[in-house]
Each structure stands twice: as structure tokens, then as C-alpha cells.
Design a protein around this ligand. Structure first.
Ligand SMILES: [Zn+2]
Length: 120
């Protein structure tokens, strides 16, 4: 009984998480209009060392489930970062130019997150 309740709760949580992540992704997607990328498939996974990753050839973005506890601005940054990989798969200057363009305040968001997120 207990196990099934827990399982049910996790499933609901995942649905709620997915809804929130998609709401944020939909906010960001229009910023990439000029790059004509496809709206991504979003997957959620618990990851140890990364906030997000992407399979750019498949149009898949994988988000860390723990992002749900982070400020929405930071989640948006992670999404922007992964979206930008659909334009530039590496971390080249051109990649950061894309980020700079769609999210000019990204450095502040990342710095703020580093200051406030100590229990990593
Ligand atoms: Zn990256």
C-alpha cells in the first residue's frame, strides 16, 4: 500500500514537473525563432553532475529532476543553454554568442545560482 502510494506520488510529481518545464520551454522557444530549431522533446532524469544535457541530433533535451527546486530563471538558463546546442553543438564562441543574444543577463543568473546553491 505504502509503495504504491509513493509510486503514485512520484508519477504525479513527474507530470507536474514536465508541465512546468514545458511552460518554461515554450517561453524560450520564440527567442530562437531566427535559428529555426524544432521544439524539443523534453525528458526528465535524476542526474548527479549535470543540470541538463541534450541529444541535438534527435532534438531531445534531458533535464535534471532536481531543477524543479531551483529558481525558474535558472531553469530557463539551462533550457536556453540546451536549446543553443541545437544551433551550436559545442561550447565555442559562436555558442555563447547565441546565448548572449537570447538571454543577455545569463551570467548574472548563473552567478546567482552558484552563490545560492551550496548543497550540490
Ligand atoms: Zn553545454
Amino acid at each position: 500500500m505504502r509503495t504504491s502510494t509513493t509510486h503514485y506520488t512520484q508519477e504525479v510529481d513527474r507530470k507536474v514537473q514536465m508541465k512546468i518545464f514545458h511552460e518554461l520551454a515554450e517561453e524560450i522557444y520564440p527567442l530562437f525563432e531566427q535559428y529555426q530549431i524544432a521544439y524539443p522533446i523534453i525528458k526528465i532524469r535524476r542526474m548527479r553532475a549535470r543540470w541538463g544535457t541534450c541529444q541535438y541530433r534527435k532534438g531531445v533535451i534531458i533535464l535534471n529532476s532536481r531543477l524543479i527546486e531551483r529558481p525558474r530563471e535558472f531553469v530557463k538558463y539551462v533550457l536556453v543553454h540546451e536549446f543553443a546546442h541545437f544551433v551550436q553543438p559545442n561550447h565555442s564562441k559562436a555558442f555563447y554568442k547565441v546565448i548572449e543574444e537570447v538571454m543577455p543577463n545569463w551570467k548574472g543568473i548563473v552567478a546567482h545560482e552558484k552563490e545560492n546553491f551550496a548543497n550540490r
